[in-house]
Design a protein around this ligand. Structure first.
Ligand SMILES: Nc1ncnc2c1ncn2[C@@H]1O[C@H](COP(=O)(O)OP(=O)(O)O)[C@@H](O)[C@H]1O
Ligand SMILES: [Mg+2]
Length: 338
């Protein structure tokens, strides 16, 4: 399994706790934003537990509800509903003697929570359409990016189920609260991904690390890993500098007020240039009449011609001018982070 990078006291404490709880069959609730490493930690707990040789079965609680959810978790007997052409095991049975990982457990449909809690009490259940109680020896690890306690307080999650899952809560902080680990993570992912994609291993300039440390990473470690992978694939330099960072990433560092002003200016310039060129072309270069048609004074027209660097020949045709350029490109150009 891939190395789990710690890099801070908080993360070392979390790992220590994970080692401890791995030995016992207690329910663990991993709490943290998406991409903070909850699933990876769940696997580590499983692999360090006496159940390591048996399956680790992840199930996303958010995607199914009602009967579909029951089917996914408890399976069905052949012929129990249209389309049930054979008997199928659910995740619970598949995880027998192993670990069931309930991902996004806050999304577990309320209607399914009662039955689910009952199964968690004695680990016995029926497949859909079945009449034989099936027993499964399962260790539960769940994960959430929401505050389950608050949901329970609001009646959006069953209180009793919350207490059943919440025996040992482990809170994993977002990456922005442990930025000191970023340089190590970048090197770790570069090394691993370069090997995986059979690419030469590039180095990274301190400026890039600096930029990475200024960013807040709403997608946490997953976002960092994906960005490193993307840069590695697209780039063929052996040193990665800020020039190699994708423009949509650098876009996060633009100064909003300045960019909006710039954008308005660009739009105005492009529109006015086009209108002036059109009129001058139609009036064969007659600037007096062009000004009148545009409802501006000849002086203003002269000023705009100069400012926008618009030149026309004797017939009023555009000669050459500073093309305003692709607006998106200009806006997304690197401006050093404030
Ligand atoms: N501490 C870490 N060290 C190495 N890789 C990590 C770490 N935390 C997360 N990752 C990687 O980031 C990605 C997202 O992690 P994951 O466990 O799926 O997060 P979550 O379940 O919280 O959304 C995975 O590719 C995982 O390997
Ligand atoms: Mg996840």
């Amino acid at each position: 399994m891939e190395e789990f990078i710690l890099g801070s006291e908080v993360m070392r404490a979390i790992m220590k706790l994970a080692h401890e709880v791995a030995k016992y069959d207690v329910s663990v609730l991993l709490v943290g934003e998406s991409g903070t490493g909850k699933e990876m930690l769940a696997k580590i707990i499983h692999l360090e537990s006496p159940r390591a040789e048996n399956p680790f079965v992840p199930v996303n609680c958010g995607i199914l509800s009602g009967l579909m959810f029951e089917d996914k978790l408890f399976g069905h007997e052949k012929g129990s509903f249209t389309g049930a052409i054979s008997t199928e095991m659910g995740c619970f049975e598949m995880a027998d003697k192993g670990t069931l990982f309930l991902d996004e457990v806050s999304e577990l449909p309320l209607e399914n929570q009662v039955d689910f809690l009952r199964v968690l009490e004695d680990f016995r259940f029926l497949r859909i359409g079945g009449n034989k109680l099936i027993e499964a020896d399962v260790r539960i690890i769940s994960a959430t990016n929401k505050d389950l306690k608050e949901l329970a307080a609001k009646g959006l999650f069953r209180q009793d189920l919350f207490y059943r899952l919440h025996v040992v809560p482990v809170y994993i902080p977002p990456l922005r609260d442990r930025k000191a680990v970023i340089p190590r993570m970048v090197n770790h992912f570069l090394g691993r991904l370069a090997a995986q994609h059979k690419r030469p291993l590039p180095s990274v300039t301190p400026e890039v690390i600096d930029v990475f440390c200024r960013y807040d990473w709403p997608g946490n470690v997953r976002e960092l890993k994906n960005l490193v992978e993307r840069i590695l694939i697209v780039n063929d330099q052996n040193v990665i500098g800020t020039e190699q960072l994708p423009s949509d990433f650098l876009w996060h560092f633009r100064e909003p007020a300045r960019s909006m002003a710039l954008e308005l200016e660009e739009v105005r310039r492009a529109a006015e240039t086009k209108a002036i060129l059109d009129v001058l072309y139609r009036l064969r270069g007659d600037k007096e009449r062009a000004a009148r048609m545009l409802h501006i004074s000849p002086r203003t027209l002269r000023y705009k011609l100069k400012r926008y660097n618009i030149k026309v020949d004797r017939n009023g045709e555009a000669v050459s001018q500073d093309v305003p350029g692709n607006l998106d490109e200009r806006l997304s150009r690197w401006s050093s982070p404030q």
